[in-house]
Design a binder for this molecule. Structure first.
Ligand SMILES: Nc1ncnc2c1ncn2[C@@H]1O[C@H](COP(=O)(O)OP(=O)(O)OP(=O)(O)O)[C@@H](O)[C@H]1O
Ligand SMILES: [Mg+2]
Length: 437
């Protein structure tokens, strides 16, 4: 339920008298500017259309009318939310570059449920390692739920040319056609205050989805989040494991979904997979069922139609993450993926944030034969390393714990139960390349 108001015939007559007294036209610029609304909102007011309570009151206040004299009292002041069939027109969701979106049905449903929970602050972090499909899931979710968020889907990106606050203000101006004041009551508003003003004055009364893609530093975006327990739902994507926020941890695709993706005509195609079914399975396994890896290798195979899957697999095993299929070339004019970068470059973003001890642990893990590692082995290797170190380093289990914790926080390893940890196969390859460096 949400508060909206509309003017009565009698109310409009009062307004008309007041505006003539002021010498204003029905769409006077000063009027809608002082009310911080667009010309079209003022037009809606004149057409007796329902508009949000706050905006209605502002329009009346600017013309010096008592809003209670203007409303249509026969009309229920509290209306149902915008009908579910109404698609939001206020959205800036990016285009999807996915050839074919596979799997993830359960995750889409869970995400929707988590966002609708009323008792908690509706922020959900879709989390997972680079290339797992977090951004793609957010894009798909947004497009599939246009009717649930009638008052807008605002897509924000960290690391873009504009800061988060600039993007919010830009959305307000360009997509909602409303001006954001730079001062109020004679006082300059800083960016945080301007953003708060946007949340407070967001038009309509229905739900709004705010997506913040690729959050690398939570404290940087926190001041600009919409108010808690409001009609705003926040969906973030991040490579971090955030502890205080509802998480939707994304895992790799299933073998069936991986093959379904590769079978797409624009990737490997069904016929080629049917010629080498066993190799196709091993290829998916080598890529660790990671959507980014599958998509990149699939596209490469599509461009080289005579290349067999077994030769491709052999080359990948040889060259690992440096194989050209897994790299985004500089200024690649054909790059039309949702992903921004190749596999190693996606992992590099997390690697850059690690401290020296954690990096060393990552490299150490690459020496193990399997991606499933019993942790007592890691401890004993670390102990031996300390004993042998020329500086006579003392083994400190807390340092190892800290480094392990860091790798988990960046989704670079997962706890597998029974004191063992698991690495993604491509992360293992990545750590190996770091060791070789
Ligand atoms: N379920 C899926 N079906 C088909 N393609 C997918 C799927 N999930 C992801 N992809 C594709 O895989 C690539 C990687 O996905 P995406 O960019 O969403 O990863 P990410 O987790 O956001 O990575 P990063 O942490 O680097 O931002 C994208 O180009 C995307 O289109
Ligand atoms: Mg992403």
């Amino acid at each position: 339920m949400a508060a909206t108001l509309r003017a009565s015939d009698k109310g409009l007559k009062i307004i008309d008298r007041l505006r003539i007294k002021k010498g204003w036209s029905k769409r006077e610029k000063a009027w809608y500017e002082l009310a911080y609304i667009s010309e079209s909102t003022l037009k809606r007011f004149w057409k007796k259309e329902s508009i949000s309570y706050k905006i209605f009151v502002k329009i009346c206040t600017v013309i010096e009318a008592n809003w209670e004299d203007i409303i249509d009292e026969g009309d229920p002041q509290i209306e149902e939310q915008t009908p579910q069939s109404q698609l939001t027109t206020y959205q800036n969701i990016p285009y999807t570059g996915a050839i074919k979106f596979v799997g993830r049905q359960t995750q889409l449903e869970t995400l929707h449920q988590q966002l609708q929970q009323q008792d908690r602050i509706a922020i959900v972090a879709v989390a997972g390692m680079g290339g797992m499909g977090k951004t793609e899931l957010a894009v798909q979710y947004a497009y599939q739920h246009l009717t649930y968020y009638p008052d807008g889907i605002c897509w924000l990106e960290t690391g873009a040319k504009q800061n988060i606050y600039e993007q919010i203000i830009y959305f307000f101006q360009i997509y909602l056609h409303l001006e954001v004041p730079q001062e109020l009551g004679g006082k300059q508003l800083n960016f945080k205050q301007q953003v708060d003003w946007c949340w407070q004055n967001w038009p309509g009364a229905g739900s709004v989805l705010v997506v913040i893609d690729d959050v690398a530093e939570f404290p940087e975006i926190k001041p600009y989040l919409p108010p808690a327990k409001s009609r705003f739902k926040v969906l973030m994507t991040t490579r971090l494991k955030l502890t205080n926020i509802q998480n939707l941890s994304l895992d790799v695709l299933t073998l069936t979904a991986s093959l379904e993706l590769l079978e797409s005509e624009h990737l490997v195609g069904k016929a080629r997979i049917e010629q080498e079914p066993e190799t196709a399975n091993v290829l998916c396994e080598w890529l660790g069922y990671l959507p980014l890896g599958l998509e990149l290798v699939g596209r490469y195979l599509n461009q080289v139609p005579d290349l067999s899957l077994s030769v491709m697999l052999f080359r990948l095993q040889e060259k690992s993450l440096e194989h050209q299929s897994l790299i985004r070339k500089q200024n690649d004019p054909f790059w039309d993926l949702t992903a921004q970068r190749g596999v190693a470059a996606a992992f590099e973003l997390s690697w850059e944030k690690l401290d020296g001890d954690t990096k060393r642990l990552g490299k150490l893990l690459s020496l193990f034969a399997s991606t499933l590692i019993p942790w007592h082995l890691v401890e004993s290797v670390e102990q031996q390393r300390c004993q042998r170190s020329p500086k006579g380093e003392k083994f400190n289990p807390e340092n190892l714990e800290e480094a392990t914790k860091n790798l988990i926080s960046f989704h670079l390893i997962q706890y597998n139960g029974e004191q063992s940890y698991r690495l993604h196969s491509l992360i293992m390859e990545f750590f190996k390349s770091k060791l070789e460096e």
